[in-house]
Design a protein around this ligand. Structure first.
Ligand code: EPS
Length: 357
């Protein structure tokens, strides 16, 4: 099961090809709307003001409302591109951006905005992820859900999953939303940006998905999540907090009643335990700032860079659906690989409940 995307932020369209989806999955354009709307720009004053319809056209791989097993090609046309915002800085390297590294790799500067390095690309990750989410839910009852777990210095003071979709931050504690609003308002006024953390949990996985050495479930999750724009860190389970733990604290005790805890984050030896899969993703602060910064142009001359135009003061705010999509894509791939090697046969040993009552 593979996914690739194509298109530039300011090109005519963006798209993806999803190859390896089993036949017979009901799929229509409407299946993509909800998640694409969750990720879209222009939904609140705290995100980029670019307005895109983000309507998916299914070009191939679906016939009479079901997948055929052939590659699924999806297209989203760009309708609100504005390359002129970038005309002034096309020959400059914006510090913190991919401009410098793309230039050294390709020797070509695409004047169409951020091009491939723009977060616009994540639209198609979410679209591809919709297929995986649907397949996982229909075939295995697996559900993937995320939320924002840190915005700059602010952490949730409580956790209520029912409020996550009710505010523009995917924040799990409703009482803090006004605090987040004013934090973002003053940040935006200052012209600066901030980082964020997104947590994703997948529930309903059976034990046994993942590869033992190469292609470990946690390894593939880390790679997939790290491939999202602006991601600087990925944790599975207790992640970096494990460093300060004792072995007796970190291990998850087992009994017939279930696992006593889930420090492992649902993965042992690269293979799912059947517990909730827990990932946490760190997003760096957006590099496109109104605040002037010292840099160089492509000829090596010193310049002062000021980025204007439409930008997110915190890319993490819109990243929850993107992280969910990447987790779903990895899980679907691992589920298909598991079925290919081991079939659907479960071992005779009883399955331990994911969590003790
Ligand atoms: C982005 C810059 C802005 C954002 C864009 C990501 O676009 P523009 O260059 O057109 O002003 O709006 O995000 C999206 C368009 C999107 O759909 O996520 C960037 O530089 O990453």
């Amino acid at each position: 099961f593979t996914v690739t995307t194509f298109g530039e932020s300011h090109g005519p369209a963006i798209g993806c090809v999803v190859d390896g989806c089993p036949p017979g999955l009901p799929l229509e354009a409407g299946d993509f709307s909800a998640d694409l709307a969750r990720r879209a720009t222009g939904k609140s004053r705290h995100t980029s003001a670019r307005h895109e319809a983000d309507e998916v056209e299914i070009l191939s791989g679906v016939y009479e409302g079901v997948t055929t097993g052939t590659p699924i090609a999806l297209l989203v046309r760009n309708t609100d591109a504005r390359s002129k915002d970038y005309a002034r800085i096309t020959a400059q390297f914006r510090p913190g951006h991919a401009d410098y590294t793309y230039w050294h790799k390709y020797g070509i500067r695409d004047p169409r905005g951020g091009g491939r390095s723009s977060a616009r690309e994540t639209t198609m990750r979410v679209a591809a992820g919709c297929i995986a989410r649907k397949w996982l839910e229909v075939r295995h009852g697996v559900r993937v859900r995320g939320h924002l777990s840190q915005l700059g210095p602010i952490t949730p003071a409580g956790f209520d999953p029912s409020v996550v979709e009710e505010n523009p931050f995917f924040w799990p504690h409703a009482a803090q939303v006004p605090e987040l609003e004013s934090f973002m308002d003053s940040l935006r006024k200052s012209g600066d940006s901030v980082g964020a953390r997104v947590d994703v949990v997948a529930e309903g996985l059976p034990p046994g998905w993942g590869e033992p050495v190469y292609g470990k479930l946690d390894g593939e999750l880390a790679a997939a999540l790290m491939s999202i724009n602006a991601v600087k860190g990925v944790e599975i389970g207790d992640g970096f907090a494990s460093v300060a733990q004792k072995g007796s604290e970190h291990r998850d005790d087992m009994s017939a009643e279930g696992f006593a805890s889930n420090h492992a984050g649902g993965v042992l030896g690269g293979i799912s335990t059947g517990q909730a899969l827990r990932c946490s993703v760190a997003f760096k602060p957006t590099s496109s700032l109104r605040l002037p910064v010292e840099s160089l142009d492509v000829h090596g001359a010193p310049v002062e860079v000021v980025t204007t135009g439409r930008h997110d003061p915190c890319v993490g705010i819109r990243a929850t659906p993107i992280c969910e999509a990447m987790v779903a894509l990895v899980l679907m791939d691992q589920a298909l690989r598991h079925r290919a090697q081991c079939g659907d046969v479960a071992p005779a040993t009883p399955r331990i409940p994911a969590q003790r009552p």
